[in-house]
Design a protein around this ligand. Structure first.
Ligand code: GDP
Ligand code: MG
Length: 328
């Protein structure tokens, strides 16, 4: 059978294919947001779109070998086995239905693949849920080093720019440095912050913050948390306790439990996400460090395999390097 599946040809996620003589397109960058995003997402774009294009140039037609190699390209960009299989299967169906086997219609292939990816990314609510009255409260969770504190600093700046009042809460009391780090971000974004002492019970910090929120009535409250997975049970209990305190003080909150994942860890990010999903409700994702990684295909994996929307992407270390996720 010409279109028979060849799943045995799927390489390991680390089986990076060579770019095969590919040279980067000339990036004469106009200024502006779109240009910046394009530049920051360059590695991922090259690892998927350019390699796919290259494959087509090498083979010249849509055949079984091309699909097998496309499968490898997607896997090596950390799209994940399940999402890649789903994409390739669907692509095979479309090829059959639209009689594109052995076709040289590269534009069709590109736009069909793009359409399938977009469909995969369009599920779920990408807008942040907001409170109908009172502050919108967001709890930010994730393992150490993924970029929680940085993302919170950028979010604070973003909301502030939109004219909203923001209150930050430093509930990662494990290390004094973690508290100081959020304090620096609060200063940069020029927003108030509720601080706990090093070693304080995070829930007591959150409780104090809820009192401050009642007194100041900010539009948005963002809570930073600790993320040490080696005390997984404690961590999950701590998060559950904080959630109880928040919802007791403000009914229906937190409005989002945002899990931060480091895109450059590829499929590892997925297994982290599963741990959090099992233990506490996650309502959305923030995918960080998409700049400088070719593993951004993980965004497809998280949508398909976790069924969670990506709300924001982090594309650098600067205060403006956070963008709402847009599938296109
Ligand atoms: P946390 O432990 O989850 O709070 O992580 P941090 O916010 O402290 O971030 C860990 C490191 O990742 C810091 O050095 C950040 O500057 C860096 N980082 C965070 N987000 C991004 C991003 O989107 N791009 C890049 N390149 N670095 C990031
Ligand atoms: Mg932190």
């Amino acid at each position: 059978m010409f279109w028979k599946k060849k799943s045995e040809s799927i390489p390991s996620p680390s089986g990076e294919r060579s770019a095969g003589g590919f040279s980067a397109p000339d990036e004469t960058r106009p200024k502006g947001l779109f240009a910046k995003l394009r530049e920051r997402l360059k590695a991922t774009r090259e690892s998927i779109a350019q390699k796919a294009l290259n494959l087509f140039r090498l083979r010249g037609k849509i055949d079984n070998e091309l699909l097998d190699e496309l499968e490898e390209v997607l896997i090596s960009a950390d799209v994940g086995v399940a999402s890649t299989t789903a994409l390739i299967d669907e692509l095979r169906d479309r090829i059959r239905m639209e009689k594109k086997a052995n076709s040289t219609d590269q534009a069709w292939l590109t736009s069909t693949l793009r359409g399938l990816m977009r469909e995969m990314l369009e599920q779920g609510e990408r807008e942040l849920k907001t409170a109908s009255e009172g502050p919108s409260i967001y709890l930010v969770i994730g393992v150490n080093g993924v970029g929680k504190t940085t993302a919170i600093g950028k979010m604070a700046y973003r909301f502030k720019e939109q004219g909203k009042s923001v209150l930050l809460v430093a509930a990662d009391t494990f290390r004094a440095a973690a508290i100081d780090q959020l304090k620096i971000w609060a200063e940069r974004a020029e927003v108030p912050i509720v601080l706990g002492d090093e070693g304080a019970d995070p829930s007591s910090v959150v409780f104090n913050a809820m009192s401050t929120a009642k007194a100041q009535n900010p539009d948005v409250v963002i809570i930073d948390t600790a993320g040490r997975l080696h005390t997984k049970v404690n961590l999950m209990q701590e998060l559950a306790k904080m959630t109880r305190v928040i919802s007791r003080e403000f009914e229906g909150s937190p409005h989002e439990n945002l899990l931060v994942l480091d895109a450059s860890t590829g499929q590892n990010a997925l297994s982290q996400a599963r741990t959090f999903l099992e233990s506490c409700g996650v309502t959305g994702l923030i995918l960080t460090k998409l700049d400088g990684t070719a593993r951004g295909g993980v965004v497809l994996s998280v949508h398909k395999e976790l069924n969670l929307p990506v709300k924001f992407i982090g594309v650098g270390e600067g205060i403006e390097d956070l963008e709402p996720f847009d599938p296109d």
